[in-house]
Design a protein around this ligand. Structure first.
Ligand code: BGC
Length: 907
């Protein structure tokens, strides 16, 4: 009896120790932390297992959910998913009774691990439903009741109301034609900017939902909303194009209050609101903002303000059926920068250097007389002589003007514009400019950071830094080509090229999932994808190879990184109709018609008698991407179980490749264009018969040598260049290209002081002059696609395609290039993955960290397992690791989650 008790007690201790080992963290609904305003009927739940033990996996889970968090512990849940045998910890859908609009639900999970130990219930998290149908909107669209002036000053809307009872909770739902900034009782609602973001407004207009409970009070309350032109009607693209979606600027606002007694009330935009204008006199995305502080209406968004002189508003009959909840993370403020240098240029301009090419705006403090005008201009670079250079902004003025009211210290910042800049020029500043009065604030979509990368080479670390800032500068609700000139459009080619790299920098899942919905929405009826999404260039601008393939490449890349089948399901029709478009354009399976950008910005020479420009035939490229898109469609069809499509498109793919070989390959295996890009694409997309592949890779290497170890690729060839080299045994050449620092190369801009990725390989030439101002952005992420190789090949962490989202991890570093160390970490949806290698005292040391509930195959560069140590012990004695064999000079290991350190002798 006593013995039995002791055994039970010991068992209990053992169990509770191991129970405590698995913790549940990062519970997310639709990949968001406690989201407010979801409009899908089956929101999906994900969580992470965290443990300091090895080989931890989930074998079963249980979820419970309630609209009252206190009921969870009492097991009085409104929905539950009882113990389910499954290792799935991502995207478990809610499948229960219909969820109620505006209601908040709490859920928690517990899991069983591989030893059948059950974890504690996780801490509960919540999600809140948004408005689910047009009829949930009691608010009316309203427009200002006054005539607009020619500068289209930003309208203000206000409304006061009384809350007689104590408020339990309140949610504001807001959207606009244009951009909005809303306040309650003088305080900004939320911390997002440039809301409601950019979508194909006439088909999908996002609203945001905010918990505004803390902003409200019993008694009098005031709502104030400012609108700006934004993407809806600013000057966008070229030739004076504006009002892309309409001339009107309009507000839709609904505040749903629940009182402590359970009763509810809605305050909605309607004819009872008032309108006027205030300090923002002018606001254009490209040109900047003008704020006249003398015209600010003090206290206009607080109770008791006298609005007798204000105009009424007009109700407008705009559609509510286009309204959708917000799926991606909104734009928020991030890093701030103080001046690193305040100086006068040779021309006498007062210039400030922030030390980093960034995107956002400047917050400026000033003290002066009423009417003093300060102008802030923005530039990415100084010219050769050291003067402020703005020619590459083309017609974008990128200028903010502030007019002081002259009542002590005033603080200015714009609201409905943004700039890409490292330098600002300040004119008209009253008094002495002090560093503490000038702060640059970055703005970008608030995606979770995911990766970090370091190596023993400072130039490569700077390159990585620049890649990261390319994302920060151009993931501003949509993926843009550049942030500074009169463009800032969702260029599809750039986005597809960079999409995989982006996942290593930030969690781009929801960002791209949202944008892909616009790719579908704006797809042209014949299947072409417009060059830019949202499409503001009209229906004739679409269907370019390598650009339109965004419709297959990005969904597939997102599926690889995040394992979300829903993205494939949502995009499948769009993927298929793009492939069908190419099919219909082809004759005998050869697609050689239409307009294409080609291998944009490849190496080319002006006066080129020897023909050294690296021109790749555009139709050769088109055939490669036709095949690639078809392959990705087949991949998606397999995942989704569409077997008929798998069969028919597999047959098509074979014909497309045959047509390629017939048209573009010599019998000896040279590609028609004989350029790096032609070999890279042909090899990357498996266009060549097996037997001709290695020789094609050899030709690629020969070509690189011919250019004295320089790349000559443009937007389409560059992302795959090093991947192809590594795949065919030429990682040494990949490293040579990576470390090349003369033009054209990745490190040339780094050597020239770049802090971001440039649009062109030679944006600034060696003599300090610029490339043509017509197209010379210093913040264009496309060439930053090398980041993907740095993570997946150099450090060597990748997901297997049959275990996406890094459920099955492949660790296969490529050591070389004279590096003594390289390491990366990456927050997968399962948790932290890390891999790194260093060479020290004739030892190679590899540190690996595998998240719980995943497994990994590790390829150790060694010819035999003997001599490999793991955490100080011979590998052969490790019980946690399976030695699965050897292949191509690597020992293959299978392992589960946990931290491992391998070391072995190194030459
Ligand atoms: C953009 C690009 C884009 C290209 C189309 C440019 O103006 O900045 O990055 O992809 O046009 O070729």
């Amino acid at each position: 009896m006593k013995k039995a008790f002791i055994v039970i007690a010991i068992l209990h201790i053992v169990c509770s120790v191991s129970v405590a080992q698995v913790q549940l963290k990062n519970l997310r609904t639709e990949n968001l932390d406690n989201p407010i305003g979801l409009d899908m009927i089956h929101p999906r739940f994900s969580w992470q297992l965290v443990s300091d033990q090895r080989n931890v996996g989930q074998t079963a889970y249980e979820i419970r959910m309630s609209d009252n968090p206190r009921d969870l512990a009492k097991n009085k849940q409104t929905w539950s998913r009882g113990k389910t045998i499954s290792d799935q910890s991502l995207y478990i859908p809610y499948i229960g009774a219909a969820l109620t609009a505006g209601k908040r639900y709490y859920w928690q999970v517990r899991v069983w691990d591989q030893t059948e130990n059950v974890s504690e219930w996780s801490a509960p998290v919540f999600f809140q439903m948004g408005l689910l149908s047009p009829s949930d909107w009691k608010a009316a669209w309203i427009v200002p009741g006054f005539e607009e002036d020619s500068l289209r000053a930003s309208p203000l809307f206000r409304k006061e109301f009384n809350s007689a009872k104590k408020i339990r909770s309140a949610t504001a739902y807001i959207t606009a034609h244009g951009l909005y900034e809303a306040q309650i009782n003088g305080k900004k609602i939320g911390d997002a900017y440039l809301t409601p973001g950019w979508t194909s407004y006439n088909k999908r207009l996002q609203y945001q939902a905010y918990d505004v409970t803390p902003l409200l009070q019993e008694g009098g309350n005031a709502i104030g909303v400012t609108l700006g032109n934004g993407w809806y009607r600013s000057y966008i693209a070229w030739s004076g194009n504006h009002d892309s979606y309409g001339k009107d600027i309009a507000l839709l606002f609904q505040l749903d209050i629940t009182y402590t007694d359970g009763t509810t009330k809605s305050i909605v935009s309607d004819e009872s609101w008032k309108s006027s204008t205030g300090a923002i006199r002018y606001s254009e995305i490209y040109h900047g903002e003008t704020i006249d502080a003398r015209l600010a209406k003090k206290g206009w968004a607080t109770v008791g303000y006298h609005d007798n002189e204000w105009s009424s508003v007009k109700r407008a009959d705009f559609s509510k059926s286009v309204l959708v909840a917000t799926y991606n993370e909104p734009v928020k403020k991030h890093e701030t920068f103080q001046p690193v240098r305040i100086f006068k240029t040779p021309k006498g301009e007062q210039v400030i250097d922030f030390g980093q090419n960034l995107v956002g705006w400047v917050v400026l403090k000033a003290k002066g007389k009423a009417g003093d005008k300060i102008t802030v201009s923005h530039a990415e670079v100084l010219d050769k002589a050291g003067n402020f250079y703005t020619e590459n902004l083309r017609i974008a003025k990128a200028q903010d003007n502030y007019i002081l009211k002259g009542e002590g210290e005033e603080t200015f910042e714009p609201h409905f514009t943004w700039h890409g800049f490292r330098f600002i020029k300040i004119e008209g500043y009253p008094g002495e400019l002090k560093p503490e009065d000038i702060t640059a604030v970055t703005l970008y979509s608030d995606m979770r950071p995911t990766g970090s990368f370091t190596s023993s080479n400072a130039m490569i670390n700077q390159l990585q830094h620049n890649i990261g800032w390319g994302l920060r500068g151009n993931f501003l609700d949509v993926p843009t080509d550049c942030p500074q000139r009169d463009e800032r459009l969702g260029w599809t080619g750039d986005a597809q090229a960079f999409s995989r790299t982006a996942t290593f920098l930030r969690d781009a899942h929801n960002f791209f999932a949202k944008w892909l919905k616009d790719v579908s929405a704006d797809q042209l009826p014949d299947g072409r994808i417009p060059h830019v999404i949202p499409n503001v260039l009209g229906p004739s601008a679409g269907g370019s190879t390598g650009w339109a393939d965004v419709s297959t490449i990005v969904p597939w890349n997102m599926y690889l990184a995040y394992g979300d089948k829903q993205i494939l399901e949502d995009q499948y029709a769009s993927m298929k109709s793009w492939v069908d478009y190419m099919k219909h354009q082809s004759v005998n399976d050869l697609w050689n018609t239409g307009f294409h950008f080609g291998d944009w910005l490849f190496y080319s020479l002006g006066d080129d008698p020897d023909g050294n420009s690296a021109i790749t035939n555009k139709y050769l490229i088109a055939q490669c991407f036709y095949a690639h898109s078809t392959q990705l469609l087949i991949n998606a069809a397999k995942v989704l179980g569409k077997t008929d499509d798998v069969d028919s498109y597999t047959a098509l793919l074979k014909r497309v490749k045959d047509a390629f070989v017939k048209e573009y390959l010599t019998p000896n295996g040279a590609t028609m264009s004989n350029t790096q890009t032609s070999y890279v694409l042909a090899l990357q997309f498996d266009m060549l018969p097996e037997a001709l592949r290695q020789q094609a890779a050899d030709r690629l290497v020969e070509n690189i040598k011919r250019y004295r170890n320089h790349l000559t690729t443009g937007f389409l060839g560059t992302p795959y260049l090093c991947h192809v080299l590594s795949r065919f045994g030429y990682s040494d050449v990949a490293y040579t290209l990576l470390l090349q620092d003369t033009y054209p190369s990745w490190l040339y801009p780094v050597k020239m002081g770049a802090t971001t990725i440039w649009e062109r390989w030679d944006g600034i030439k060696t003599n300090g002059t610029f490339q043509t101002a017509g197209m010379n952005s210093f913040n264009h992420y496309a060439y930053g696609a090398i980041g993907d190789w740095l993570y997946r090949v150099m450090v060597g962490m990748d997901t297997e395609e049959d275990g996406t989202a890094y459920k099955k991890i492949r660790i296969q570093p490529h050591i070389g290039g004279g590096f003594t160390q390289a390491a990366a970490s990456y927050q997968t949806l399962y948790g932290k993955l890390a891999s790194g290698w260093k060479i020290q005292d004739h030892l190679l040391v590899m540190d690996v960290e595998i998240p719980a509930n995943t497994t990994a195959t590790v390829y150790i560069p060694a010819t035999s397992a003997e001599g490999i140590m793991e955490s100080g012990k011979a590998l052969s004695v490790s019980k946690d690791i399976e030695i699965a064999g050897a292949e191509k000079g690597r020992v293959v290991l299978k392992l589960g989650s946990g931290k491992y350190q391998f070391s072995m002798p190194w030459k």
